[in-house]
Design a protein around this ligand. Sequence first.
Ligand code: ZN
Length: 133
Amino acid sequence: MFGLSKKKFDEIHIDRELVEEIKDIARESYPLEFSAMLQGKIKDSILKIEGLIFLPGAASESGAVMEIFMMPMLSDAVGSVHSHPGYSAEPSGADLQFFAKRGYFHIIISQPYNDDSICGYDSFGELVNYTIV
Ligand SMILES: [Zn+2]
């Protein structure tokens, strides 16, 4: 699992409060997308997602992720999160390009912005399991 990542981990844990925050922001941003980087660390083979890093100009009607793509990599950013105004959490072509270049774990949250509409992807755009802790 995650064999091509530079850092190794076997599990992904996302803080419950962070999940609630992501759902709230996605709802408030609708019909716009919101996007942010995920802050976290790898400890004891677990990738722990603990916070969001907001970047200026990250909310837009489209191409939100591509704006982040222009930003320099932040040292403790381990991935990204963005919302889709719609019921599909499928990564777009632009999303996949971004995933491949930035971090290990990427979240897309689609409508209705609940726990079940959150999908986690690796840098190849493959669905990965995570645990809300
Ligand atoms: Zn997207």
